[in-house]
Design a protein around this ligand. Sequence first.
Ligand code: G3H
Ligand code: 13P
Ligand code: ZN
Length: 340
Amino acid sequence: MPLATLRQVLDEAAKGGYGVGAFNVNNMEQLQGIVTAAQEVNAPVIVQASRGAINYAGPMYLRNLILAAAESAPEIPIVLHLDHGDTPDTCKMAIDLGFTSVMMDGSLLADGKTPSDYEYNVRVTREVVDAAHVKGVSVEGELGTLGGIEDGHGSGEVHLTDPDQAGDFVAQTGVDALAVAIGTSHGAYKFTEKPTGDVLAMHLIEEIHQKLPTTHMVMHGSSSVPAELVDRINAAGGQLAEAFGVPVEEIQQGIRHGVRKVNVDTDGRLAITAALRESIAANPSEFDPRAFFKPAREAMKQVVAERLTQFGAAGHAGDYTVISLDEMAARYKSDGSLGA
Ligand code: G3H
Ligand code: 13P
Ligand code: ZN
């Protein structure tokens, strides 16, 4: 099966009323954990690489690792997505590399920190849509900004998405998916206590869905930061502060109102780190790194399988046949409902 496009996978998720997890990947063990989880629960999956991941692994390693994953799991629709593209050039580089989906994060300027103005966001996002759709590649845009700067993304200021502006943004840019800002942030330290529906501004998701019922929404910063993982890391020598993430029930509520892509990176990082710390501490005479990477890969698999199941994607991998980028490009050309 070729790599799937985000647009097709999210269109199918909308038909089935579920959400698809988008998990960040930087190396082989993470990727194997993600893809074997998708196989185990028979779910479509989005594998996403940030610019940091591309720098860490190298573009060719990442591209070919993911092609290897797709070859090893031909029964699973797998999207290769660029997470938080900072400029149209970065997105075009990813398209040339073979990514089937890119995010143009025009909510921030190219420094990835300063909030942009609306006209800038529309302009750069539209430029990427024009370059992507002729090749069948999908585009995610973002309106509003997340909080938190610990991982280098974001301004630290939260600008929640304005539902009225969302309609104009989607119409002007032709994006396939819209990332909305509802009060989440990246990383482990999102909230100082378990967030309520108000802190999370879930009502914005409902309003946007009412105004734009066919637009696929994306929730960034959606790790749940399980206390069990934080506790295990600390029990094995880590020093993480108490942390609260996004409760899975809130994500499920979002999915009932049009959220189709759910971004999860931190939970995978925590699961891997817990397993690495525990296995290194428990096996002081071991020096074969595979002894540590195996439980780490298994921990990644477990958290991904759990999230795919909680988001309702389990069992849906075989619902459809993946269509090629060429076919997608032809559809953009001929089908007005797919956006320009
Ligand atoms: O959007 C943030 C993701 O967690 C990626 O983080 O830039 O450290 O790879 P990264
Ligand atoms: P978390 O840090 O909550 O996992 O968010 C990841 C994300 O939004 C990647 O774009
Ligand atoms: Zn994000």
